[in-house]
Design a protein around this ligand. Sequence first.
Ligand SMILES: Cc1cc2nc3c(=O)[nH]c(=O)nc-3n(C[C@H](O)[C@H](O)[C@H](O)COP(=O)(O)OP(=O)(O)OC[C@H]3O[C@@H](n4cnc5c(N)ncnc54)[C@H](O)[C@@H]3O)c2cc1C
Length: 417
Amino acid sequence: MTQGTEILVAGAGAAGLTTGIALARAGFEVTIAGGLDLNRNGRTVALFEASIQLYRSLELWDRLSDIASPLERIRLIDDTGSMFHPDPVLLRSSEIGLPAFGYNIENAALVGALADIARDTPGIRLLDTLLDDYILSSTRVSARLSNGERIEAALLVGADGRNSRARAAAGIRVTEWKYPQTALTALLWHERPHRATSTEFHTRTGPCTLVPLRGTAEHPNRSSLVWLMSHEDAARRRQLPDAELAAEIGKQVRGIHGAMGLEGPRGAFPMSGLRCNSLVGPRVALVADAGHYFPPIGAQGLNLGLRDVAQLAASVGKFGRADPGAPRALADYDAARRPDVSTRVMGVATLNQSLLLHETPVDFARAAGLAAMAHVGPLRRALMREGVTPKGRLPPLMQPPRTEPKGLARIFADRRA
Ligand SMILES: Cc1cc2nc3c(=O)[nH]c(=O)nc-3n(C[C@H](O)[C@H](O)[C@H](O)COP(=O)(O)OP(=O)(O)OC[C@H]3O[C@@H](n4cnc5c(N)ncnc54)[C@H](O)[C@@H]3O)c2cc1C
């Protein structure tokens, strides 16, 4: 039997669910098909202001804010042992007029909340199944569900993660590379409050970051850990008893939060990079990790992916009202997203490489960059703004609501009226 839908989203992670909700809110009939992964693995996502604005525009933030913890300060500490010893840098969201840079949310909690919202959203069918055996033509796309039935759509959104089958079926070419690092993740309770401050130690094997999490009645002070290290160290640390691992983490973070302990299971993610020669194929658009992948440095991954989602909603809303997979809508999406994606993939690769390379000129350039951020206010503010609300490229769903004109603009507006 073959079912029909206007838009088929492959993947029920944070990106797939948000895509489905955004496109259903724009009036399309959407089916989301993917294995819902609600297992806790110590992994969280820090979502910056533009991503939060997307959830506000979709009227989802009220349902997500309860599981989110604000990030008001970001502290960067050079821990490479290089000869230049740059001072720590403290970035405050108040410097760029924001109450917070963004919010940190446990990944499984975010996916669970978005899945609940998708189930309540008119126009969405959420299927807990994988897709395979895609057949693509210039007018339709068809995929097989795990029960053997087929489903047809005018547009397939590949939100099926870094090993995307939708991407392979569309024949989109990828360049992939590996890093000698694994990210170890865990949720931690600790003795002292984090004061809404995320602290990033830049080590020779990559950043070790503590990101604020919401407290619970049992543990009022909590953070998540993302620690990039060699594959060998990760394999060893994964096997350590909780108390021994907590002691090693405490030593790496110089005891800044006092005594700490582990909460729940840990995760380990081997690091790699991936970029595509295009974000679209015939009747196919890729979003988030299906279209780009890189190490979690500067918390860019899902933030970049949600910019894809917001732009796809804009392009399909503008050029795909009658046919959401129309070539013009897909071309508009690809053209709008590729510069941002290329810049972030290359930027993260460069930052990561600058830590892994033990070379004096590279150490000097990194130290000079940190010193400039610490002491040159306009540069620091420009970098902070670029990190959380990249200007000029934001799709409408990520832009703040228009405010009343002020000052002279107000006077001219009054005169025109
Ligand atoms: C340690 C770590 C820390 C991170 N921290 C941050 C952070 O702080 N901020 C940030 O912005 N980003 C962060 N990221 C990146 C972020 O987690 C990812 O970009 C994001 O989770 C990608 O979401 P996704 O929905 O594209 O992919 P995934 O979460 O991988 O979801 C893919 C979905 O596709 C489904 N699927 C797979 N195959 C099929 C198929 N054949 N058919 C149908 N469905 C399929 C899966 O079941 C799953 O539901 C981090 C990443 C790591 C590894």
